[in-house]
Design a protein around this ligand. Structure first.
Ligand code: HEC
Ligand code: HEC
Ligand code: HEC
Ligand code: HEC
Length: 229
């Protein structure tokens, strides 16, 4: 192998080389140097699911890259505030990814966020007011039902009341409720809204077949009658 003009034996890597780390081991790798962040991340639902074997749950490299780690301040970083919503959407707007294993998780998080004031204001001003990770934490992301979650109703006044956001937000449930309005309705793993759409498509096809069928039968029976006379 040729590294920077020097010929290096391929065996040079074999002593400590462990190959591509498994997704569940990436945290260990990064926590060697980023133990504080890794400690926060290890409280998150993403880590808990990953630990359980749900390999699609987000790990460090999904949000920061592997060999191409950039500072989140760099506009090219997937964790840059302007890119975060796209980053989360890769999984949270992906029906197949989210529904394959978890029944009932909502997959309209980006769509509904796009309808919110925060996103619209960003589109018109180019300034990120609040993106996914501002409300869901960068690393300690938890489901709403968790009392320690930033989006647990009890904690919403603090989350929405962050400096620079809505200080003294006592009516935070209102802000919270507006974020993902119009969420899809899930019955087990079936998206009810889609089901209704499919139902109508089938109904319309059925009605069209019936209508044309009747017309055809009408015409052909008249033809029959005429032939008999
Ligand atoms: C690589 C895929 C992936 C990425 C990227 C990702 N997530 Fe997740 N997320 C998951 C999976 C899988 C779960 C587990 C769902 C569960 O158990 O509820 C989850 C769970 C969550 C939950 C809890 C949902 C619930 O109902 O329990 C929240 C909130 C969340 N993620 C927010 C985010 C945010 C915000 C981002 C971006 C900063 C993000 N996620 C990026 C895969 C991902
Ligand atoms: C779901 C996405 C997501 C995951 C998973 C994630 N991060 Fe982050 N990380 C972010 C976001 C978003 C920021 C903040 C960007 C900003 O400053 O605006 C951030 C910031 C950072 C920073 C900058 C300094 C700081 O303290 O905030 C470091 C270092 C970092 N992450 C390392 C890690 C490591 C190591 C892991 C795994 C143990 C990890 N991240 C997992 C999204 C993620
Ligand atoms: C050998 C130690 C080491 C390992 C292992 C390591 N990092 Fe870093 N990382 C650093 C140092 C040093 C910096 C620069 C110091 C700083 O800005 O905090 C840095 C910076 C970062 C930053 C930018 C922080 C900022 O505020 O701009 C991110 C994001 C990051 N690392 C993520 C990761 C991820 C993800 C992994 C695992 C795939 C990882 N690092 C593994 C040492 C390491
Ligand atoms: C202004 C704050 C805010 C922003 C921005 C935001 N969310 Fe949320 N999110 C919430 C609140 C509050 C809830 C709980 C109430 C609800 O479901 O509407 C929630 C619910 C969720 C859930 C379900 C969690 C659960 O346990 O049921 C997921 C997943 C999620 N958001 C992902 C995202 C993603 C991905 C983005 C960015 C595209 C995003 N959120 C942007 C505040 C926010």
């Amino acid at each position: 192998m040729n590294v920077g003009g020097q010929v290096v034996s391929i065996n040079a890597m074999s002593n400590n080389f462990s190959g591509v780390p498994a997704r569940a081991n990436i945290t260990n790798l990064c926590s060697k140097c980023h133990s504080e962040v890794a400690g926060m991340y290890e409280k998150s639902i993403h880590w808990k699911e990953l630990e359980k074997g749900v390999t699609i749950a987000a790990t460090c490299t999904d949000c920061h890259g592997a060999h191409d780690v950039l500072s989140p301040k760099n506009p090219e970083s997937p964790a840059n505030p302007e890119k975060v919503s796209m980053l989360c959407a890769k999984c949270h707007e992906n029906q197949t990814k989210m529904q394959a294993w978890y029944y009932g998780i909502k997959t309209d998080r980006f769509d509904t966020y796009k309808n919110s004031y925060h996103y619209k204001a960003y589109m018109s001003s180019g300034k990120v007011l609040a993106t996914c990770s501002d409300c869901h934490e960068n690393h300690d992301t938890r489901p709403a039902s968790d009392p320690k979650s930033a989006i647990n109703p009890v904690n919403l006044p603090t989350t929405c009341g962050k400096t620079g956001c809505h200080p003294g937000a006592s009516n935070a449930v209102f802000y919270g409720g507006k974020v993902h309005e119009g969420q899809s309705v899930n019955l087990l793993f079936i998206d009810v809204k889609k089901l209704i759409n499919y139902f109508y498509i089938v109904m319309i096809l059925f009605e069209l077949t019936l209508t044309f069928g009747l017309i055809f039968m009408g015409i052909s029976s008249q033809y029959e009658l005429r032939r008999r006379h």
